[in-house]
Structure formats: C-alpha cells, structure tokens
Ligand binder design. Structure first.
Ligand code: KIV
Ligand code: ZN
Length: 517
C-alpha cells in the first residue's frame, strides 16, 4: 500500500443516515452510492445490515451495482450482525465488514457492563467470525477518544492477530482537541506499524471534527471516515469535502499525502445528498454552502476582478461549482440545448428515458417561468431520478380554502392506467390533500416530517418539498420528494412519492428469501 495515500471511507449512508430526519430509501441510497463511486470514494459504508430488512436490501443492491468502491456493512460484535453484514456485501466486487465494540471505561461499565477481558474476548471472536466471510475486516474501538491507551494497545494486538486489517479509532462523542487526537493517533499508529491501517472517525460535537481528522492524518492515520455535507449522529461527522480539499489545497502542509477523490464531483454529490435527505448544508458551509464562493463586499469584488487569488484559495471548478451558464434556457430551447446543459452540469449517466421525462417537465416549467437556471435543471433531473417508482401518479389537484371556508382538496391520481378521482375536507389544506390521497389509495399515511425549500430566488421559484411518511407501524417512515412551482402540488407529489417508495420496498422484500432477513 502506498504510504502517502489516504483512504477515503464514506459513511454518509450509515452514520449520515443516523442524523435525525435523514433516513433514505433504497433507490435513493443506490443513487448516492453510485455517485460516491463516481466521486472516487475508496470504501462506502452502505449501512448496518442487521438493523432492518430495508437496510439489508439496500446494502445488497448497492453491493451488486457498485464496481470500483469497496462496499462495507457495519456490525456490532455480535454473530448475527456479522452474518447479516457478510451476506449483504457478499456480491460486491470488493467488500469489507466493519465490526466494533466500545473500549472506554464509561462505555464498558455502564453500557456494556463488561470487563476489559470480556471486551477483548468478544472483539477477537467478532473479527475471527467476520474473517470467515471476507478478508477485509475493519475493527473499531468505539469511544477511542475517551479510552485508555494501554488498554487500546491490548485490544489492537488481539484483533490484529485475529485478522483485522484496519483499526479505526473513533472520537465517538467529539471530545478530543486536535493536538490530543494527533498525539493518540501517533502513538497508536507507531504501535501498529505495518500490521494494520489506522483510521479515524471524528464527530463534530465541539466543531472540531475536520481539524481532528487532519491532525490524525498528519500523525499517521491513512484512512479517514467522513460523510458528505458532514451529516451524522448529533452534530455530525467530519465532512468529506472539507478534509479532502484541505489535503489538496495545503500541499505545503501535507506534502506528498493525497486522496483519490475526483474533486470536481464534490458539488454534484453534495447536491444529491441534500436533495435526497432534505437537509441543506448551512449557507456558509465550507466548500459546498451557497455562499462558499460568493463575494458580496465591494472590496472583495474589486480584488476578485483584479485577481481571483486575492480572495479565493480554491478554484470553484475544482469542486464542481461552475459559473451559472450565461446561456439562459427558456420555452424556445430545444432538446439538444437541454441535453448539453445537463452534461455541463455533470449528469452524464442520464438514461434516454430520464432525459425525455425531464425534458417534458422542463417544457411545462418553461411555460410558467421565464428563465430557467442551472439549479432548476439540476433539481428537475434529480427529482426525475428519485421518482422512478410510479405506482401512483398525481394527475390533478384542486384546492379551495381556507381563510373562512372549509379546506377542501379534489385529487385525481393515475393507477395502472386508470384515473381515480375523489375529494375530501380537512383541518387545513394539506390535511385535506393527504386525506383525499389516503382515501383514493387505501393507505393511511402519518406525516412525520415536512420540509419545503425554494430552489432559486424569485416569485416564480420552484418549490421542493420533502416529506417523511409512515404507512405502517412496523416499518420506518419513507421519504418522498415533490417539485413544482406550486407548493401544494409539490406537497401532494411528495406524499405520493413516499407512498410509492413504501410500496416498492414492500414488494421487493416480499420476494426475498427468508434467510436474508
Ligand atoms: O461514532 C462511532 O463510534 C461510530 C462507530 C460505530 C464507528 O460510528
Ligand atoms: Zn460515528
């Protein structure tokens, strides 16, 4: 292994998905995994196979489709977890099992109620068992940030002897300061020597996750566990885009160290993750926030006009942020111009079917909105790709309100080439829409989360609605997406989209063999 290469292990689909409100459905996870592959991520942690049949299904389908990145599944140090992980990743071209147990005094005493000897015994067994499925086994010492070095060395010796190839040292609660984390990594990577790759996984509770990741790299870590947009439990994980761009931009500090990330794919990946989860990075988020390359003050603008380097340390195009195209698309634009713009925006794998459907939607939008910008187009394409399950399709919606009257919704839905129509009253307009859809489809959805964002500025901006809806108490809530210039239409579409995802997953799981779940 090249000593200067930093392995990028992305856990957006596992730790990222653990952020409140970030659950994704299988199709969405596959889209993200394929984009992570295009981004050049070395290892994709695709989920926690034993968590649910849905997780297992998503990991195994990602394992079948991704060819260049290694596919990994997380497992507690428990036989069934490891077995589910082993089965879920079995079809991947390259695969890994990640297993963990806590090693900090506080976790061992209160959470595990286990002695040090018991923890070591369990860790050895977990790694040995994982090795019966795959050759590439990662072992994490959970809460390494608060664990004692001599005990960590004992655990490391034991699990390396049992067959672990990567040792991950998570700062699970985001407690460490960069100089402390750097010192810990130095001592433990010197201790491991060539026996295993040292990895770090830093949480952002004190806003230090990326600083800690970089300190670790400078002190011998050769794998970084990161997420797109910094998603993750609580305050999140170290952001892929920040760690990767710091290593690339500060060659003077990192010397020959490098990652294999194809950085111009960063922005497209960030947008996809934000669209799927409905969680937008804060405007001033490093690298991928809306303002990351915006120059507002006169002094800055003046400097930029004279020489970009006055106020820019990275080129926007190096992370895939391209200047808004000066060629405005409108209702007279043709399919060729539309395809050209899509390719310019980095969507080179759009199928003809997706392109045709997106072009139709573009034409409808162009009738209502004068100028269609890159963000509108990016959103149309992504929405088309995310809404491939079309069991039910919204045909028409009419609402009457509201202020003093009785909120009413009349809805027409297409199902198996038939148009079904109904109307209902509700406590508010949205309630009326959802009740009518429930009546037409026979499902009783419970709205868990609802987000609306505007894709661009202006009164004619597209509204993007993300819903999370639960359709039965035994399965998690499903995410739905709706896009329209009209917020209520986008809302109805997002609710139906969540129902379609639920139905397609239900159908797929009913076809799986029982040993898989
Ligand atoms: O934060 C953590 O400790 C984790 C482990 C499971 C790696 O996510
Ligand atoms: Zn974590």
């Amino acid at each position: 292994m090249d000593k200067n290469r930093i392995i990028v292990f992305d856990t957006t689909l596992r730790d990222g998905e653990q952020s409140p409100g970030c659950s994704m459905n299988t199709e969405e996870k596959i889209k993200i995994a394929l984009q992570l592959e295009k981004l050049g991520v070395d290892v994709i942690e695709a989920g926690f196979a034993a968590a649910s049949p849905g997780d297992f299904d998503a990991i195994s389908r990602i394992a079948e489709q991704v060819k260049n990145s290694s596919i990994c599944s997380l497992s507690r140090a428990i036989d069934n977890d490891i077995k589910q992980s082993g089965l879920a990743v079995s079809k991947a071209a390259k695969h890994r099992i990640h297993t963990f147990i806590a090693t900090s005094p506080i976790h061992m005493k209160y959470k595990l109620k286990m002695s040090e000897a018991e923890v070591i015994k369990r860790a050895i067994h977990a790694v040995e068992y994982a090795r019966t499925f795959v050759d590439d086994v990662e072992f994490s010492l959970e809460d390494a940030g608060r664990s004692e070095i001599p005990f960590m060395k004992e655990v490391m010796d034991a699990v390396i002897a049992a067959g672990a190839t990567t040792i991950n040292l998570p700062d699970t609660v985001g407690y460490r300061l960069p100089h402390e984390l750097g010192a810990m990594v130095k001592e433990l990577s010197d201790f491991a020597g060539d026996r295993a790759i040292i990895s770090v996984h830093n949480h952002n509770d004190l806003g230090l996750s990326t600083a800690n990741t970089l300190a670790a790299v400078m002190n011998g870590a050769r794998q970084i566990e990161v997420t797109m947009n910094g998603l993750g439990e609580r305050a999140g994980n170290s952001a892929l885009e920040e760690a990767v761009m710091a290593i690339k931009t500060r060659k003077d500090a990192f010397g020959e160290l490098y990652t294999n990330i194809n950085t111009p794919e960063i922005y497209a990946t960030s947008r996809l993750v934000a669209t799927v989860t409905g969680v937008e990075p804060q405007q001033n988020k490093a690298i991928v926030g809306k303002n990351a390359f915006a120059h507002e003050s006169g002094i800055h603008q003046d400097g930029m006009l004279k020489n970009n380097e006055t106020y820019e340390i990275m080129k926007p195009e190096d992370v895939g942020v391209f200047k808004e195209s000066t060629l405005i698309l409108g209702k007279h634009s043709g399919r060729a111009a539309f395809r050209d713009r899509i390719e310019h925006l980095g969507f080179d794998k759009v199928s003809d079917e997706e392109l045709n459907a997106a072009f139709e939607r573009f034409k409808i939008l162009a009738d209502k909105k004068k100028d269609i910008g890159d963000d509108d187009i990016r959103m149309i394409i992504t929405d088309e790709a995310l809404n491939q399950d079309k069991t039910y399709e919204l045909e028409a919606l009419q609402i009457s309100d509201c202020s003093n009257g009785v909120p009413t919704a009349a809805v027409a839905i297409k199902f198996k080439d038939q148009i079904m129509r109904d109307a209902a009253i509700g406590d508010g307009t949205m309630d009326a829409i959802f009740k009518t859809i429930d009546r037409l489809t026979g499902y009783d959805g419970e709205l868990k989360d609802y987000k609306v964002t505007s894709v661009t500025e202006g009164k004619d901006a597209l509204a993007k609605v993300t819903t999370r809806v639960s359709f039965d108490e035994n399965s998690p809530a499903f995410v739905g997406h709706g896009l329209s210039i009209d917020t209520m239409l986008a809302t109805a579409k997002a609710y139906i989209s969540a129902l379609n995802s639920y139905l397609s997953q239900k159908e797929r799981l009913s076809k799986q063999s029982p040993h898989q779940v």
